[in-house]
Design a protein around this ligand. Structure first.
Ligand SMILES: C=CC1=C(C)c2cc3[nH]c(cc4nc(cc5[nH]c(cc1n2)c(C)c5CCC(=O)O)C(CCC(=O)O)=C4C)c(C)c3C=C
Ligand code: FE2
Ligand code: FE2
Length: 382
């Protein structure tokens, strides 16, 4: 039936179905300039990402960035495109899909959450936020938790995803109730998953010799410095995540160094920049450097190409010896557990199962009882 209000199964808001919209940044549909261009256009036309006057930016974007960057980025995407046991396609999409499935399976193991619907959406590209919200609506979801795969809040990412959800929400006559997860940069389950990931890597590849100058670099995606000056808490949240991981590993700030990568354009971004740091550590003839990206829950172009390939080249070319890349959380069980915990905490109080007719009658009776008591107490006051 078209109108869900007239559908007797769903009438009178009886259905109380909870849905979780897992949101990540997005990625092109194919590693070609033709597919990268519309993705970059949508991404770089977002005023949350680019805070340059619209007219000026239109000329820079269409005249310089899209013609040149689309084909350069496409080559980089081609170098990391996946075709293996974990899945086929862009790494960001494959890992985000596996995480979404992992969360759904975990929720399905418990009677009270087994009917929670989970969908993945991408802020730019596919599957779009609009499509995922419509899919959840057609499954009867009327209470929606938005769970971004951004542990650290930034207006450029988290708020931008919320904007896109609100835009779809604004088009609906009977939209779902909304809850948004703003951040979880210091959530114990997220920190535990990060620490586990580093320890698991060291269990296989040996622990760096920190006393003899080996380093752990924790590289986060950067943002323009002016966003920090205007009040974006992203910088502080990255520092808190980094400190909690470092302390759990028993390392000093000199042994585990925090940095920011992926600078775009000429403006100043958060410092220290990762690439020059790798060069400095290479020049200092660092024997072993391990690099980890705690702010990226899923491996993507920025970790697999920029960090693993370009970073290695910079470090070893400058004189560094061995370069170890610790994979992102991806589908690590402790991370799926963390997502599950964060989701449960944020849907608390939202009943997920449709009440039985007996439960409905009980509620009506309870309501009548409360009304009677209120009337009695108001006549007492009078
Ligand atoms: C132009 C400014 C950009 C800001 C600000 C920015 C913030 C930001 N980005 C991420 C996470 C990711 N970014 C990724 C790719 C990417 N980022 C930018 C630019 C900005 N990011 C561009 C132009 C690109 C596209 C790739 C390229 O052409 O270089 C990705 C990977 C996407 C993929 O397909 O693999 C992620 C993830 C965060 C967390 C963030 C701010 C906190
Ligand atoms: Fe980015
Ligand atoms: Fe800060």
């Amino acid at each position: 039936m078209e109108n869900i209000i007239l559908d007797t199964d769903k009438a009178h808001a009886v259905s109380q179905k909870v849905g979780i919209l897992v949101v990540n940044l997005g990625t092109p549909d194919a590693p070609t300039a033709k597919a990268v261009r519309p993705y970059l256009k949508q991404f770089l036309s977002d005023p949350r990402v680019i805070e340059v006057p619209k007219i000026i930016w239109w000329f820079i974007l269409n005249g310089i960035i899209l013609p040149f960057r689309s084909s350069a980025s496409a080559k980089k995407y081609a170098s990391v495109w996946m075709n293996g046991s974990s899945g086929t396609g862009a790494p960001l999409l494959v890992h985000s899909q596996n995480q979404t499935l992992g969360l759904e399976q975990k929720l399905a193991t418990n009677e009270s959450t087994k009917d929670v619907k989970v969908a993945l959406a991408m802020r730019y590209g596919n599957p779009s936020i609009e499509k995922a919200m419509n899919d959840l609506e057609s499954e009867g979801v009327n209470r929606l938790l938005v769970l971004p795969l951004y542990p650290q809040y930034s207006a450029t990412t988290t708020a931008s995803s919320f904007d896109a959800v609100f835009q779809v929400h604004a088009q609906k006559r009977n939209p779902p109730a909304l809850r948004m997860v703003k951040n979880y940069h210091d959530h114990p389950a997220y920190i535990a998953a990060l620490v586990q990931q580093v320890r698991d890597y060291w269990a296989v590849h040996g622990v760096p010799d920190f006393k003899n100058g080996d380093k752990l670099v924790m590289s986060f995606h950067g943002v323009p410095k002016r966003t920090l000056l205007r009040g974006d808490p992203y910088h502080c949240e990255c520092h808190k995540t980094g400190r909690l991981v470092r302390e759990a590993l028993g390392l000093s700030a000199d042994e585990a160094i925090l940095s920011f990568q992926s600078r775009f354009g000429k403006a100043e971004w958060l410092k220290p920049y990762t690439a020059p740091l790798l060069e400095t550590l290479g020049r200092a003839n660092t024997n072993r450097l391990d690099i980890f990206c705690p702010g990226f829950p899923a491996d993507c172009l920025e970790t697999l190409e920029e960090i693993a390939m370009e970073g290695k080249e910079i470090f070893t070319h400058a004189g560094g010896k061995t370069y170890h890349v610790i994979p992102c959380l991806n589908d690590q069980p402790a991370w799926i557990d963390a997502l599950h915990t964060i989701a449960l905490e944020n849907i608390a109080g939202w009943k997920t199962q449709v009440p039985t007719p007996a439960e409905l009658l009980e509620r009506v009776a309870m309501g009548q009882e409360v009304e009677k008591r209120m009337l009695a107490s108001s006549s007492d006051i009078a």
